[in-house]
Design a protein around this ligand. Structure first.
Ligand SMILES: Nc1ncnc2c1ncn2[C@@H]1O[C@H](COP(=O)(O)OP(=O)(O)OP(=O)(O)O)[C@@H](O)[C@H]1O
Ligand SMILES: [Mg+2]
Length: 447
């Protein structure tokens, strides 16, 4: 083995050679220099690290800043800081760190609130690790995944009975702001039959984290939950890591044979974090300001949820997607619809009318439902949706008294049943309906 010295060889090639063949002795790690910083992007020359690799940026008198390689241009690496950048100065030394990003995980995480690095935020002391997992996860051959065959009880009757979720299903919760996403996620965390709930609070307001943990989860909900919080003021890379970490923790518990419910609020903020990073390193925007890499990252994240190999458990995942004013053309909404196995739409008009959870039954769909419940039950759910839709379509006529009873027997039935259907769709925050109770309530509403 000899070190290539040809003048034609680029610095990158030579450094790559060093990296591959001589990585261990610390004296041989090639240090780089910080030459430019624009916004949150650090430009480094003189060293080599692969995409996703980490570097330590040293600065005199301060703690080292950890940064991750997000792009390169010839010999120049683009890095994004994972934490604070205060105190960085020109020409700072940059030392590549070996190995991928591993995060300690374990059952001591239950009941805890942690940040995107896996560090506790709740001041309840350190965590005991049972193992370490890769932030990026490991791919499962799609043919080795268990199919979705069993329903998951989420404790909300409208979802259990009309939009039945399967263990290992991935679903979008599409809604605008303030229509009850957090309350609904909190209810599912408290009432689900899943063994463990992992909640990722990504890029939301910092105040909301506390609110969600105290009010929506409560002491009971938190007991078997892990909350990963990376609020809006965290650097974009940290916000992305928060989503990846929540997924990695869910993967860990799934691989222990447990059924995990992963709730991510929100996928839109994850996409926006990737947009910030991609734009900062010069990727051109394509769709409504989103560069193409955003739409590559979404499926990469979402595909990690789902059922595991034979013998492991499942990750049922619900990702909230911000859809203001029912904007179907929003590229994140569009892309999410494509990669998920169904969506629940929360409607502002329904929330404004005071019915909670404000699930728009007509626009929501669970693509795997038909395989999870009996034919009779499925027929009942279809009948419910039909009666509900008929009423909605004729609502204008009905409300002004222009509809004459007897004109259409189906509409007559829809009008007669309407109060029961509405009552079925409402559920107060402190009420739980398990799977059997949900089906019984549906039967009663249609009786
Ligand atoms: N099941 C419910 N029963 C009664 N009220 C509810 C219910 N769900 C939501 N609400 C009301 O709606 C308000 C907003 O709900 P929530 O905070 O969950 O919305 P959000 O979609 O998470 O908002 P944001 O976009 O700001 O995060 C709550 O403060 C509450 O008053
Ligand atoms: Mg919320």
């Amino acid at each position: 083995m000899s070190l290539p010295t040809s003048l034609n060889q680029s610095l990158v090639e030579r450094l790559e050679f060093v990296h591959q063949h001589l990585p261990t002795p610390p004296g041989l790690v090639v240090e780089g220099r910080l030459v430019r910083m624009v916004g949150m992007t650090l430009e480094v020359v003189g060293t080599y690290a692969p995409i996703g690799g980490r570097c330590k940026v040293l600065h005199p008198g301060g703690e080292a800043v950890i940064a991750e390689v997000v792009g390169f241009n010839n010999d120049r690496l683009f890095l994004m800081p994972v934490g604070e950048t205060h105190g960085l100065a020109p020409n700072a030394r940059v030392i590549p760190l070996s190995g991928g990003v591993k995060i300690d995980v374990g059952f001591s995480m239950l009941g805890r609130v942690i940040d995107g690095r896996g560090q506790p935020l709740d001041g309840k002391g350190g965590l005991v690790a049972d193992g370490a997992v890769s932030l990026a996860g490991t791919r499962i051959n799609p043919l080795h995944r268990q199919p979705i065959t069993k329903p998951l009880d989420v404790g909300v009757k409208a979802i259990n009975a009309l939009l039945t979720l399967g263990q290992g299903q991935r679903l979008g919760l599409m809604a605008g702001t303030g229509v009850g996403k957090s309350v609904l996620l909190g209810m599912m965390t408290r009432y689900t039959s899943a063994d463990i709930v992992v909640v990722g609070l990504i890029g939301e307001r910092g105040r909301e984290v506390n609110d969600f943990v105290r009010h929506n989860l409560g002491v009971e909900g938190l007991k078997r939950a892990v909350v990963v919080a990376t609020p809006a003021d965290d650097p974009p890379l940290m916000r992305m890591h928060g989503a990846m970490l929540a997924t990695a923790i869910a993967e860990y518990f799934r691989d222990q044979g447990l059924n995990v419910l992963l709730l991510m609020d929100s996928l839109t903020r994850f996409a926006q974090a990737q947009r910030e990073i991609a734009l900062a390193i010069g990727e051109p925007p394509a769709s409504k300001g989103y560069p193409p890499s955003v739409f590559a990252k979404l499926p990469q994240l979402v595909e990690r949820a789902g059922n595991g190999r034979e013998g492991s458990g499942s990750i049922t995942a619900i990702y909230t997607v911000l859809a203001e004013g029912d904007d179907q053309s929003d590229p994140v909404v569009d892309s999410a619809r494509g990669v998920l196995d169904g969506h629940i739409v929360l409607s502002r008009a329904i929330a404004d009318s005071g019915r909670y959870p404000a699930i728009d039954i007509e626009s929501s769909i669970s693509r795997v439902m038909i395989e999870l419940i009996s034919k009779e039950q499925y027929a009942k759910a279809q009948l419910f949706k039909k009666l509900y839709s008929l009423y909605q379509q004729n609502q204008d006529l009905i409300s002004v008294g222009a509809y004459r009873r007897g004109a259409n027997p189906e509409v007559d039935a829809a009008i007669a049943k309407h109060p029961q259907l509405m009552a079925f769709l409402s559920q107060s925050i402190d009420e739980r309906f398990d799977f059997t109770q949900s089906l019984m309530a549906l039967n009663k509403a249609l009786a």
